[in-house]
Design a binder for this molecule. Structure first.
Ligand code: BGC
Ligand code: CA
Length: 301
């Protein structure tokens, strides 16, 4: 499999890739720089939206803008004006936490987790927000809330709290959004980095990004077995998603934060977005947030 650079831009902490099939754009965030990048794969042009606070994750909402997990809570981001409309901050009283990874579930709720900026205590939580903006705490006591994916039959949530070095599963109820029966299904050895972002492919297999591990790995979640590995040219591999016309282009984000100059000499592409075209695997497009932003659809650019 050939790993290609998507465009000539490097993030400090690139994360959360989302494929926009309607506009043929791959979108991702630079959490620490508070930026959203949208790259048009047809016109080969990148657009940047500056959010002016850290942005942990974005998901499409039904009017074509974004719902986002931000430094100071959950909000909408207008793709045209970069206006941020905060919805709620379930941790307004917790200084030192920010939102990190997030995604919509099959029913269109937006799920996102928090983490202490210090990354050294289980002060984070995972929340879900439904289309009426009602927010529920789903998981507590997490340190660096990260990857999420739902099984193809929509009965299981897979979840990663990075320092735990594991992937856990929960029985998930699409109608109520309830999760129960936590099970540890995958362990990642420290020598291989820590598990970060995650996606699921059309065969129900999980693709896990290895932060500090120079790779992605592909797992059968039922058997708890690793099936494949894909070596990357950078150490801090952060997340991945499938996109492209046939859903078989695998996009991979990365980071360069806290790499020394010497380390950067060995991985000059750290922070870039990569793609493996015609990967031989495919995934479905991500779920959209069922709640609507106050704005009408953005004009076609
Ligand atoms: C977080 C980083 C963290 C990394 C590894 C990322 O999702 O945004 O702050 O260092 O995961 O745990
Ligand atoms: Ca992450």
């Amino acid at each position: 499999m050939k790993v290609e650079l998507v465009c000539d831009h490097s993030c400090l902490l690139g994360e959360g890739p989302v494929w926009n099939g309607r506009e043929k754009k791959i979108c991702w965030v630079d959490i620490l720089n508070g930026e959203i990048h949208e790259y048009d794969v047809v016109q080969k042009k990148r657009n940047t939206i500056s959010v002016r606070q850290m942005v942990g994750a974005i998901a499409p909402e039904k009017n074509g803008h974004y719902v986002a997990a931000l430094q100071h809570g959950l909000g909408f981001i207008n793709r045209q004006t970069a206006e941020v409309e905060m919805i709620a901050d379930p941790e307004a009283d917790v200084l030192g936490n920010r939102f990190n990874d997030g995604k919509c579930d099959p029913a269109g709720r937006f799920w996102a987790g928090t983490m202490p900026l210090s990354e050294d205590s289980p002060a984070g939580n995972v929340y879900s927000m439904d289309d009426h903006f009602s927010i529920q705490k789903k998981i507590s006591g997490v340190t660096v809330s990260n990857g999420m994916a739902w099984s193809l039959d929509r009965h299981t949530l897979y979840y990663i709290d990075s320092p735990s070095q594991e992937v856990v599963s929960y029985t998930y109820d699409e109608v109520t959004g309830n999760i129960s029966d936590k099970k540890r299904i995958i362990e990642i050895f420290k020598e291989e980095g820590s598990p970060d972002g995650m996606t699921i492919d059309g065969e129900g297999m999980l693709w896990i990004a290895h932060w500090g591990g120079w790779k992605l790995s592909r797992w059968d979640p039922d058997a708890g077995k690793k099936i494949d590995e894909l070596i990357m040219p950078v150490s801090k591999v952060t997340s991945c998603t499938f996109g492209g016309d046939h859903g078989d282009d695998l996009y991979v984000t990365s980071a360069r934060v806290e790499l020394t100059e010497k380390e950067l000499e060995k991985q000059p592409l750290a922070g870039s977005l990569f793609v493996i075209r015609n990967s031989g695997f495919s995934g479905m497009s991500c779920f959209e947030f069922a709640g609507g932003s106050p704005w009408s659809a953005p004009d076609k650019k």
